[in-house]
Design a protein around this ligand. Structure first.
Ligand SMILES: NC(=O)c1ccc[n+]([C@@H]2O[C@H](COP(=O)([O-])OP(=O)(O)OC[C@H]3O[C@@H](n4cnc5c(N)ncnc54)[C@H](OP(=O)(O)O)[C@@H]3O)[C@@H](O)[C@H]2O)c1
Length: 231
């Protein structure tokens, strides 16, 4: 049985990943900020080999290490999905403020902390995939409209981290995917997004399934459609 660890799984894309992986018979460890408030997640089938819900705050850089001590066994898919877009770091004129450090901590550094804490356990699994939930807004080449300073920069940093991880973890057989889920109707994506969470997650899970034993996919930045995105 495959085992996935997904962060930010109480709503939006992370919740749908947990749902679809459970439907496919995976064991899912869902890491969320506030397990007590994760009612929709906890309504999914829990128990031995199904869903485990654990506490995790990406803003705490010690949280990945604590999680690694709590969660048992090999991890086939480590999915760093939790992310934030801070309104106060969006606009030129007021973007450079303390909130941007939190955005970097959650969007860029926390996924690296997870990879460092879990690399051995991913390497010990069958699938050996680390997926980073990035965003096309982190593409410098694709930035045709400006603004969103904190979000764009923190996702660009995540992309750079993902590429380094792909080199550093190559000898351990780990494939690192850097993913753009599309523009999705979630709290973050808003009601005008082009995809439902179901559509986006189906696409992302297809990509992840394709990555099994495919080192050539490691360190690349993929649109949910499977196309490579420019850096
Ligand atoms: N929706 C889109 O169109 C879109 C496009 C490109 C990329 N993305 C990326 O996809 C990922 C998921 O986004 P979404 O659309 O599903 O957004 P969402 O509905 O706003 O969900 C964000 C998730 O991240 C969690 N999170 C935020 N800060 C956290 C922290 N400090 N510690 C732990 N968890 C934290 C949230 O937990 P709480 O409920 O506790 O706040 C929530 O589960 C993000 O990385 C986002 O950047 C989304």
């Amino acid at each position: 049985m495959f085992h996935a660890l997904i962060t930010g799984a109480n709503r939006g894309l992370g919740l749908e990943h947990a749902r679809q992986l459970l439907e496919r018979g995976w064991h899912v460890t869902a890491a969320v900020r506030n397990p007590d408030a994760a009612a929709e997640l906890k309504a999914l089938p829990q128990g031995e080999g199904k869903l485990d819900v654990v506490a995790y705050d990406a803003a705490d850089l010690g949280a990945a290490g604590k999680l690694a001590r709590l969660v048992d066994g090999p991890i086939d898919l480590l999915f760093a999905n939790a992310g934030m877009m801070t309104p106060t770091t969006r606009q030129f004129g007021s973007a450079a403020n303390e909130d941007m450090t939190l955005e970097f901590r959650v969007n860029s550094i926390a996924p690296l902390a997870l990879a460092e804490a879990f690399a051995d356990r991913v390497a010990a699994s069958d699938m050996k995939v680390i997926a980073l939930q990035s965003s096309r807004m982190g593409s410098i080449a694709d930035n045709g409209s400006g603004g969103a300073y904190g979000y764009r920069a923190s996702k660009a940093a995540l992309n750079a981290i993902g590429r380094s991880l792909s080199h550093d973890l190559k000898d351990r057989g780990i494939v690192v995917l850097i993913l753009h889920p599309g523009w999705v109707r979630t709290d973050m994506g808003g009601p005008n997004g082009q995809l439902t969470v179901r559509e986006s997650v189906e696409g992302q899970l297809d990509l992840i399934a394709r990555a099994y034993n495919q080192p050539a996919m490691s360190g690349r930045f993929f649109h949910v459609s499977g196309q490579d995105l420019p850096w």
